[in-house]
Design a protein around this ligand. Structure first.
Ligand SMILES: Cc1ncc(COP(=O)(O)O)c(C=O)c1O
Length: 421
């Protein structure tokens, strides 16, 4: 939109790729979408939520406060329960898990947005994984924030590349514009990669090393949206909040993925002065997330039913990921490199170099014709002129499609790929 009366941001904001992908899926009923980042409808906690809501609304004395506005940072009991929940996930660690630093938000998306509002002006720089969560990239684009992509390996970012970028930015005088490094640390969207604790620690140390040259704190923005969807048998990896240097960690998490996106609540553990600033910004956005939903989640956590529910959800995704893995082995050409994941909702497929899977590619058009949709990997790369965007990758999700549709969708996609490889 170029209407001159709009704000600079209004004029700059592009069509989010997510709207276009959702629209494509909705207008083609026969299409099997392996693109959506949706959770599985069949595991959404309808009965559990009914029971908990009945409890909340059983009498005016308890129901009325839940139907009233709340406080900006979130209800006290949910903030406390969230802090305890995270402490438990982090093996009892409580270095940085104080309820006073917890904020409850309208999804972690809102928190990511507000964090950028708190930290970045137009022209500032955020370092991101290459590739990364494309809606985060849309926020950067819209707000005029520049991104620099750091190469991603299966256990997190390439630290040598990170240091090289920091050094380059120092030399060019741009380091003072760098505000944060954004990492999706568990079963990453889009690749499924999980960052090792050693890499989180090394990244924090590197950021610290460059702070003096930057002239201000350099934050690690740790997005743990998929953390609770682990289904492999490895141990949960602690967050960067457990490490020395945690005062530079901004941690964001969500109840959308493990519980229900329709009861959209996210949360964060924020250091000062970010906590107070984000709280003030949230005061202007909505002065508090929906109280009823917060009571619902608090009820689920306090009763232990949340943990029982998440265990079921994990089992379901383990099964669906196994179905996808078998289908990929059967139908995809061997020259396609697959990154499997031990959690989350996504696998990542890399076609041989020179074969494009991008939005305008023959592969993508042929897949649409065969009624199967994936997320072209190129959408997940930042606009970073220091390198060319790879376009030979695809994000394929086992989240919302049924087992039958996963099998069919992968068979269709495999047949398309065999034509081109
Ligand atoms: C990496 C990542 N972060 C954050 C979010 C936002 O989720 P929500 O706002 O529902 O918490 C998503 C949603 O798909 C995501 O993939």
């Amino acid at each position: 939109m170029k209407a001159k009366f709009l704000s600079k941001m209004g004029q700059r904001t592009g069509v989010p790729p997510i709207s276009w992908l959702m629209q494509t899926a909705l207008t083609r009923p026969k299409l099997i979408s392996l693109a959506a980042g949706f959770t599985d409808n069949s595991t959404l906690p309808v009965e559990l939520s009914r029971k908990l809501l009945n409890d909340i609304l059983r009498a005016p004395k308890v129901g009325q406060p839940a139907l009233q506005y709340g406080v900006t940072a979130g209800t006290e009991n949910l903030r406390q329960l969230t802090a305890t929940h995270l402490q438990k996930l982090d093996g009892g660690h409580d270095r940085a898990h104080s309820p006073e630093r917890v904020i409850i938000t309208g999804g972690s998306q809102q928190l990511l947005y507000m964090t950028l509002e708190a930290l970045c002006d137009e022209g500032d720089i955020v370092l991101v994984e290459d590739p990364t969560y494309f809606v985060f990239l849309s926020i950067l684009q819209s707000r005029g924030i520049k991104a620099r992509g750091v190469k991603l390996e299966r256990d997190g970012i390439d630290l040598v590349h990170l240091e090289k970028i920091l050094e380059q930015l120092k030399k060019s005088g741009e380091l003072r514009r760098v505000k944060a490094l954004y990492l999706v640390t568990y079963f990453q969207n889009p690749t499924g990669a999980t960052t090792s604790l050693a890499k989180k620690s090394a990244a924090l140390k590197l950021l610290k090393k460059y702070e003096r040259a930057a002239g201000h704190p350099l934050y690690l923005l740790e997005d743990a949206a998929y953390r609770e969807l682990r289904f492999d048998h490895g141990d949960d990896i602690p967050t960067a909040l457990t490490l020395p240097g945690a005062e530079r960690v901004i941690y964001t998490g969500t109840y959308s993925k493990p519980y229900a996106p329709g009861a959209r609540l996210g949360f964060g553990i924020l250091p000062e002065p970010i906590f107070t600033t984000v709280q003030r910004i949230k005061g202007n956005h909505d002065f508090g997330s929906a109280n009823l939903l917060q009571q619902l989640l608090a009820g689920a956590l306090a009763s232990g039913l949340y943990d029982q529910h998440v265990a079921k959800v994990r089992k379901n995704y383990a099964k669906k990921a196994a179905v996808m893995k078998r289908a990929l082995a059967e139908h995809f050409p061997a020259s396609v490199e697959i990154w499997e994941s031990g959690g989350g909702l996504y696998f990542w497929a890399r076609l041989p170099k020179g074969i494009s899977a991008g939005v305008k590619s023959k592969v993508f058009q042929a897949a649409l014709k065969a009624d199967v949709l994936y997320v072209p990997g190129e959408l997940c790369y930042a606009d970073d002129s220091s390198r060319k965007k790879p376009d030979n990758e695809m994000r394929i999700s086992f989240g919302s499609a049924s087992e039958e549709n996963i099998r069919k969708g992968i068979a269709r996609l495999g047949a398309v790929l065999r034509k081109f490889l």
